[in-house]
Design a protein around this ligand. Structure first.
Ligand code: GDG
Length: 499
């Protein structure tokens, strides 16, 4: 990499904790980069190519400085992180302070001042990298809770940029958020953006309330009025600077919902492939062709309500409402954050519960729960979705939950029943699912029985309505509507209506 290309400037800059690539060792021992396909890349790839874009993030390798490179035609700028920063900024502040706090304190958040220091230091590094890579007036889109300080740090360095932030996880109610010792700094960090996107209307509302309570700023619907100080770099730029009703100068920030989605077409295409449909039949057969297959697919995370799901399933077996001869639960729990203590404890707890249920109810020929602590290729996931009569999404709190949407997108046969927690963002849109409160174990059990017994016509009616939603609102539409709001904001126009 020579000096010139290192100093390249881009019109569209995506910033996220992790770059969408993994380093893999080839047969010859040479390391190379493999794109890690996710919805976000799928949605942004076409825009990135068209707009001369770059992606900034950590490459997944500690204690190494990696020069900018290209993978699959996308320009990538790695931000280095030391092993200690991964412990303090990522596993610590991001995943053991913010993650539990933002998910309704389901697990107790840990507050450590040295973790905060690392969070600030790493956010500065990301903001510096973005400031260096951005062309004059470029659009920068920052992602997720690990980088909430980047918008303000970036605005300070580069008031010419158009800055967007999207929070993939919930934003908690004020009573919970206010626990955070650094609650003001985070709000200030986010308010550096021109557009702040959330998954749900309720998340945007919680954020606006926190802004009013902590900063005393006025809000009008989704618009937040941020007073301009004379030394504020924004005072030099006329973009979104207007007078408020008291005659003071304010910068306007748009904070509203932009519910994320999936690459629907990709799931439909996979589900239509004969070999994947054959694999779905094979899965059913391998499970002993039970009348009903129930499925859970989650990262092994305490927010996903896996324990509540197992409890309901175990009680239905104990009460003879279902039998292992007829019903099998397949639980894919993909490994996650295994270096964080709470996650290790959760794994023990879940595996103890699965072992007990299987010990009590399985027979030689029928296993109650097929528990799989693995990650699978996407093709296998789609085969599982096709094989499952009932999909169980019982999150205690979840920004969106893409699994619910992937299940619906995969059901090209218009069959299958989605049981969906009202605490997952997806429940705002997927109203024809069987909506449940996972804390209400009796209610959850009733919904599971209703799903098992649901007649084909009703299954098809509900699935058609769900599919319509996921087909219309796919991830390309999501990114287009966020970028459209950002571009409009660059012209001083904040859309008050849904874009
Ligand atoms: C965060 C928010 C929000 C899981 N196991 C395997 C596998 N997965 C894939 C799923 C899905 C993704 O991982 C998980 O997405 P979720 O949305 O369900 O949950 P989080 O990981 O917590 O994501 C969430 C999301 O960000 C986006 O904004 O919806 O609320 O928490 O795509 O399919 N994929 C493969 N093998 C596995 O074993 N291939």
């Amino acid at each position: 990499m020579d000096e010139d290309s290192r100093d390249e400037r881009y019109e569209l800059v995506i910033v996220s904790n992790r770059l969408p690539v993994d380093r893999v060792a080839g047969d010859d021992g040479e390391a190379s980069w493999r794109p890690s396909p996710g919805g976000l890349v799928a949605a942004l790839e076409p825009v990135m190519r068209q707009e001369d874009g770059v992606w900034i993030g950590w490459a997944g390798v500690a204690d190494e400085v990696i020069e900018p490179f290209e993978a699959d035609g996308i320009s990538l700028i790695p931000v280095p992180l030391s092993e200690q920063e991964i412990e303090e900024y990522y596993e610590g502040f991001s995943n053991d302070t913010l993650w539990p706090l933002y998910h309704d304190v389901i697990a107790p958040p840990s507050y450590h001042r040295e973790w905060w220091d690392a969070y600030l230091r790493v956010n500065r590094r990301f903001a510096d990298a973005a400031a260096r890579a951005s062309a004059p007036g470029a659009v920068v889109w920052v992602h997720d809770y690990q980088l909430q300080l980047v918008p303000a740090l970036l605005r300070e360095a580069r008031p010419d940029l158009v800055i967007g932030f999207f929070n993939h996880i919930p934003f908690p109610p004020y009573g919970i958020y206010s626990q955070l010792p650094w609650r003001r700094q985070i709000i200030d960090g986010l308010l550096g953006a021109d557009v702040i996107g959330f998954q749900r209307v309720a998340d945007a509302g919680n954020f606006s309330r926190a802004v009013r309570r902590l900063k005393g700023f006025e809000t009008r619907g989704p618009i937040i009025e941020v007073p301009i100080e004379s030394d504020d770099p924004a005072s030099g730029s006329h973009r979104h600077v207007t007078s408020n009703k008291h005659g003071g100068l304010v910068r306007t920030v748009l904070a509203r919902q932009f519910p994320i989605s999936i690459d629907t077409q990709k799931y439909q295409d996979l589900a239509s492939r004969p070999e994947i449909q054959e694999r779905a039949r094979q899965i059913r057969e391998d499970l002993g062709n039970p009348k009903t297959i129930m499925l859970g697919v989650d990262r092994l995370d305490y927010t996903k309500g896996i324990g509540h799901r197992l409890k309901a399933f175990g009680e239905l077996l104990a009460e003879d409402k279902i039998s292992v001869d007829d019903v099998t639960l397949v639980q894919v729990a993909s490994p996650s954050r295994e270096r964080v203590e709470t996650y290790r404890l959760l794994r023990d707890e879940i595996e103890l519960t699965v072992g007990r249920i299987n010990g009590d109810y399985s027979s030689i020929s029928h296993t109650a729960i097929a528990y799989l602590h693995h990650g699978y290729p996407r093709e296998e996931m789609v085969a599982l979705y096709l094989a499952a009569d009932v999909m169980l999404v019982t999150a205690l709190r979840d920004g969106m939950n893409l699994v619910a949407k992937e299940y619906v997108a995969s059901r090209v046969d218009e069959d299958g029943v989605l049981v969906l927690s009202e605490f997952a963002g997806a429940s705002d849109e997927l109203r024809q699912a069987l909506l449940i409160n996972p804390h209400d174990i009796e209610g959850l059990k009733e919904a599971m029985l209703a799903a098992i017994a649901m007649p084909r016509r009703e299954r098809a009616r509900r699935m058609r309505a769900l599919r319509k939603r996921v087909i219309t609102n796919d991830v390309a539409r999501w990114s287009a509507s966020f970028l459209d709001a950002l571009t409009r904001s660059a012209h001083g126009d904040h859309p008050l209506q849904n874009p």
